[in-house]
Design a protein around this ligand. Structure first.
Ligand code: PRP
Length: 213
């Protein structure tokens, strides 16, 4: 008998796209489309249970086994390094992690660089790799304001369309890494629900390939 699959989806625009991919892959759950404030939905026939969680929390649910699988941005995986399997690049939610600064910014390698970011770990690893001393200023959002107000020299943040940078007179100085949404799995679930997880992964991968044509 097939086992139920618990799937953590990132709440928001990316999650809607992800659910459509899963739906087209045969893992539909019509109740999800009804709207409202409900967060958990299941399709008993398809043996799938979806729940909406904050995008940055998906990896926690999956790592701890509250969800068997989920979809998380590569930024979250690089930042928190959860102990999960990364099964598939979904090729959606594409953006990049980059260093940006005011247009007139000139780096002085003799001085400690002040970097404002939500992504402390990624940023520290990046500058450690370059052997550059930095002072991390951890912020929770609206990072673009930091260099404008003199709180930092540069920022390390997600750039998607580039509009936020442009409208705040900032520009990309260097790209750290490209980002996209990844299908991840809990390590134990992958063993015990191997058939269910690999079937879903293959169906979603097919769906992704069909979209490309
Ligand atoms: C993200 C990111 C940038 C913006 C980039 O912010 O931190 O601010 O999107 O997108 P763009 O290049 O298309 O303009 P988010 O909306 O997640 O808000 P927050 O970081 O301020 O919380």
């Amino acid at each position: 008998m097939d086992k139920f699959l618990n799937v953590a989806l990132p709440k928001g625009r990316l999650g809607e796209k992800v659910y459509s991919m899963f739906e087209n892959a045969g893992y539909d759950c019509p109740a999800i489309r009804e709207g409202g404030r409900k967060l958990i939905f299941e399709n008993k026939e398809k043996k799938v249970r979806y729940f909406w969680v904050k995008p940055s929390d998906v990896a926690i649910y999956v790592e701890r086994g509250a969800a068997d699988i989920g979809v998380a941005g590569k930024d979250i995986l690089l930042e928190y390094e959860p102990d999960v399997y990364e099964l598939l690049d979904l090729d959606i939610g594409k953006c990049r992690m980059a260093i940006a600064a005011k247009k007139d910014f000139r780096d002085d390698p003799g001085r400690t660089l002040r970097v404002a970011t939500k992504f402390t770990n990624i940023t520290q690893n990046y500058y450690a790799g370059k052997g550059r001393d930095i002072d991390i200023i951890h912020l929770n959002g609206s990072i673009e304001i930091a260099p404008i107000l003199g709180l930092s020299d540069v920022i390390s943040d997600i750039v998607e369309t580039g509009t936020t940078l442009k409208e705040n007179d900032l520009e990309v100085v260097e790209t750290i890494v490209p980002i996209s949404a990844r299908l991840i799995a809990n390590r134990a679930s992958y063993k015990f629900k191997y058939k269910e997880i690999t079937s879903l992964t293959a169906a979603v991968a097919d769906q992704k390939e069909q979209k490309k044509v």
